[in-house]
Design a protein around this ligand. Structure first.
Ligand code: FAD
Length: 834
């Protein structure tokens, strides 16, 4: 009996893999591969990086050759051979060879792996040679040749999918001024809108001009320039156009042969990768294959699935049982210093398919923050109301790849959010944290599932009804100073317990911190106090990303001035920009080199870097320069805003090797920040329990609080009596406690004067005088102080000594030790002993 003959159409990812695997399984088979192009098995995923210069040698993209396939696998590879027709009845294909000759080749089994071709919709002018796409090596060569004609010229990339984004980045690497036009309101649609916002801002920071929600109406030529006319009416003049608006299955052959096609135009295949013809297998980008965890077929053109299907189809042809368990859509891309990755379904897909889901967003670090080089990672998890994973997305620095791969694996094996929390992942400081970001994602999702924390997403903030909600920022003062959401109320987490009464119970409280962790504590606290409260998913990192993205998009426009290229108003934020936010002109600056102080804030997460800047710049002299290195992505915007607000001068800001390098010149009259005001705090040790001294204390305290100064009153010894409740049950005490309790005045109303008390007559006289002169009573002053945010701290040691229990004290009093007093005294410019 003659050996089985397998013919394969397409010799790159799926086709070449299938051919090599077949040979390894069966030496006797006759294997013929037809490839239309001149190269087989080339690295199409590497093409953009040769354009940009990261892959220096072109030959490295060529992974194999017909000669090598012959020598190593005894496979007959025929390049520049296009299959024109499939004759299913005769089980043969019609081929046009390199010299134009047409011949037939029979098969016992046919594998179709013809891939997907770039979309070229009928836009006027699209047929011009100047409108280039990228699919294979000749396409890449054409782009490089065209780019060489206008080094450092202008380029327009149409389409914000993976190929478009990679090309935009690589053209910038090549020195081009690049505009990316995308019809949707975001690039990289595998990730959700708020994750894409981080990417958009990062792209703009690298000088890429984004035109989102824009479509091309026409292309035209003006000499060597191409005019890209947008539907909005704007026209972009450019030297180079890359069209990357997507691909479509190259299924013409299959369609003409009568194979059944799916909704996206791909060939429908079974879990055995068979088409509607049992003698024809279809794999890779041309196939609509089973979706992972789904009943229906799906079409996700990616190299991993194409290779997997190539291997599986060979197994089946060689007689093995196979089941393709479905494509899950794990993808990843580098976008300048960011990594963007996704697996499984995103929100759009879940909504489209009517699948109920929950989601959480967390931000952590690639590795322990005390080890150099930690970078921020933002992860999003989508899961069923029963906790089973549906999808995950990641945007951030190094380490996104391994987290998305862990999540892709967990998803593939049907994990739940609690199982993510249980994963024991390899840890040492250079690689991760003892609680890996994936574990934390599991914890946060578990909190959400169990209702421990209620979450709201960024839309709840942007669409909020001001009358029925309060947006609460619980970050530290320096973070608030650097930037915050407009209309937010600021109460740092450390003060929230005491100041919660400032928040209205009848309104919903939307809480945010930097990334969600402190907000979670705030939510737990406020919830137990009876507030209707929700944590904003992803915190300020996401809110800021969305706010800046929306603002930048609003500002994007055409500048038709000299040079013609599109320069949106907001686009001039290339990293080398020197800002002069403090209002001092360059001429005012001393010419002699200023003393430079350096700070390494790498690995610190927000608010770490900005706090380091704040502390380092304080003792410096005017004109001295502070050089800061940080890895926290948020520092890029924070430091500029902080300098703006504080009157220091941001000399330069650049990104290098995943780090942010900043130079700040200390300003002359830096505006006092809220953090500075904290340095102007007032601390009073209230030792005396005399009425007159207590009144004086609270008058000073309220005055200082009204000036916006933080005030701490530390009550010790006899001063504690001011804070005792005048009535109410007395807790069980020992004998000494009972004696002290009985001998000492119980509360402010029982205090006597330091002089002329006259058995209590003097105190009554003073109170009467105060009332007649309309001066607030001591009790009113105490209430006022609490409302003004004055901290009332009862000395722990005195409580113990005198046997007074915290329950005997009026509401709103903290209990603290001497360290508490000293801490507040250190950040005060006035400390008094009364
Ligand atoms: P292909 O690899 O495209 O091979 C199909 C071949 O069939 C082509 O060479 C074509 O010439 C040939 N052919 C078509 N019709 C005929 C015919 N009638 N006769 C003879 N030959 C024919 N995926 C990722 O997962 N990650 C990435 O980073 C990534 N980056 C990419 C970057 C670029 C620039 C491109 C173009 C693609 C990228 N992809 C990436 C997608 C990935 O390359 C594809 O999913 C994968 O190559 C699909 O394999 P395939 O075998 O189905 O098709």
């Amino acid at each position: 009996m003659a050996n089985k003959k397998v013919v394969i159409i397409g010799g790159v990812a799926g086709g070449a893999t299938a051919a090599a695997r077949l040979r390894r399984l069966d030496e006797s088979m006759e294997i013929v591969v037809f490839e239309r192009g001149e190269h087989i098995s080339f690295a199409n995923c590497g093409l953009p990086y040769h354009v940009g210069g990261s892959i220096k040698e072109r030959r490295k993209l060529l992974l194999s050759s017909p000669a090598m396939m012959k020598a190593r696998f005894n496979i007959d590879v025929r390049v520049q051979s296009e299959v024109l027709r499939i004759d299913r009845t005769a089980k043969a294909v019609e081929v046009k060879g390199p010299n134009g000759e047409v011949y037939r080749e029979s098969y016992d089994h046919l594998i179709v792996s013809t891939g997907a071709s770039p979309l070229r919709p009928p836009i006027p002018g699209i047929e011009s040679d100047a409108i280039l796409s990228l699919r294979n090596i000749p396409d890449m060569d054409r782009i490089i040749a065209k780019a060489d004609q206008t080094p450092n010229g202008r380029a327009v990339v149409v389409g914000g999918g993976f190929i478009g984004v990679e090309m935009a980045e690589n053209l910038i690497e090549r020195g081009f001024d690049v505009t990316l036009v995308e019809a949707a309101d975001q690039v990289m649609t595998p990730v959700d809108r708020e994750m894409a916002a981080i990417v958009h801002n990062h792209m703009r920071e690298h000088g890429l001009k984004l035109r989102l929600g824009e479509t091309v109406a026409a292309f035209s030529q003006d000499g060597t320039e191409t005019l890209v006319q947008l539907k909005s009416g704007d026209v972009i003049r450019t030297d180079l156009v890359i069209l990357a608006i997507g691909v479509r299955p190259e299924s013409k052959l299959a369609k003409e042969a009568g194979l059944e096609l799916g909704a996206r135009g791909g060939v429908k295949v079974s879990a055995q990768l068979l088409s509607s013809d049992p003698d024809i297998s279809v794999i890779g980008d041309v196939a609509e294959v089973p979706g992972f965890g789904s009943e229906s077929l799906t079409w996700i053109p990616l190299a991993g699935p194409a290779n997997r299907q190539g291997r599986l189809v060979a197994d089946r042809i060689a007689g093995l049982e196979i089941t393709y368990t479905g494509v899950q859509g794990s993808s990843i891309a580098k976008v300048f210093d960011l990594t963007v990755a996704a697996t499984g379904k995103n929100e759009a897909a879940l909504k489209r398919e009517g699948i109920p889901y929950l989601s959480v967003v967390t931000t952590g670090n690639s590795n322990a923050t005390y080890y150099p080089g930690a970078q921020q990672l933002t992860l999003k998890l989508l899961f069923t109301p029963a906790g089973k994973l549906l999808g995950a997305q990641g945007v951030g620095g190094k380490g996104i790849d391994k987290r998305i791969d862990v999540l892709a694996t967990a998803l593939r094996f049907g994990a739940t959010v609690d199982q993510l929390a249980e994963l024991e992942l390899a840890y040492a400081p250079p690689f991760s944290s003892a609680k890996d970001p994936v574990n934390i994602l599991g914890y946060v999702a578990g909190n959400k599932l169990r209702g421990e924390s209620r979450f709201a997403d960024w839309r709840a903030v942007f669409d909020r009804d001001l009358a029925s909600t309060v947006l609460l920022d619980v970050r530290e003062i320096a973070e608030w100073e650097a930037d915050h959401m407009e209309g937010a109320t600021h109460i740092p987490l450390g003060e929230l317990r005491e100041r919660a009464a400032e928040l209205p119970k009848e309104r919903e409280i939307l809480v945010y911190c930097a990334v969600g962790q402190r907000a979670h504590t705030a939510v737990r606290m406020l919830k137990q106090m009876g507030y209707n409260v929700a944590n904003i998913k992803g915190g300020f990192r996401i809110l800021k990303a969305m706010r800046d993205d929306l603002a930048a998009r609003k500002g994007a426009s055409i500048d038709g001035g000299a040079g013609g290229g599109m320069t949106g108003r907001n686009q001039d934020d290339r990293p080398t920009a020197t800002r002069n936010p403090g209002g001092k002109s360059g001429e005012d600056l001393p010419e002699v080199p200023a003393r430079t102080v350096t700070v390494d804030a790498c690995g610190l997460q927000c608010p770490g870097p900005i706090m380091e800047v704040y502390n380092a710049i304080k003792p410096m002299q005017e004109g001295e320069v502070l050089e800061v290195t940080a890895t926290d992505a948020g520092f890029w915007g924070d430091v500029a805003a902080w300098c703006d607000r504080t009157g220091h001068q941001l000399l330069s800001r650049e990104r290098k090797d995943g780090q942010i390098l900043v130079k700040i010149r200390k300003g002359q009259k830096a505006a006092p920040t809220a953090a500075d005001k904290a340095e102007q705090g007032k601390t009073m040790v209230v030792f005396s329990g005399d009425l007159d001294k207590a009144i004086a204390t609270f008058i000073i305290a309220n005055g200082a609080a009204a000036m916006g100064r933080p005030v701490t009153l530390f009550f010790t010894f006899w001063g504690l009596n001011i804070l005792r409740k005048p009535t109410g049950p007395v807790p069980v005490k020992d004998l000494m406690g009972k004696l002290f309790g009985w001998m000492m005045p119980r509360g402010s109303t029982a205090l006597g004067l330091s002089r002329m008390n006259m058995g209590g007559m003097g105190a009554k006289l003073i109170r009467h005088l105060m009332q007649s002169k309309n001066v607030a009573s001591l009790e009113e002053l105490i209430e006022q102080a609490k409302r003004n945010g004055v901290r009332l701290v009862a000395c722990q040691m005195t409580l113990d000594l005198m046997g007074i229990k915290p329950a005997e004290l009026i509401d709103g009093v903290e209990v603290g030790g001497v360290a508490s007093m000293l801490a507040s005294a250190e950040s005060s410019d006035m400390a008094m002993f009364i």
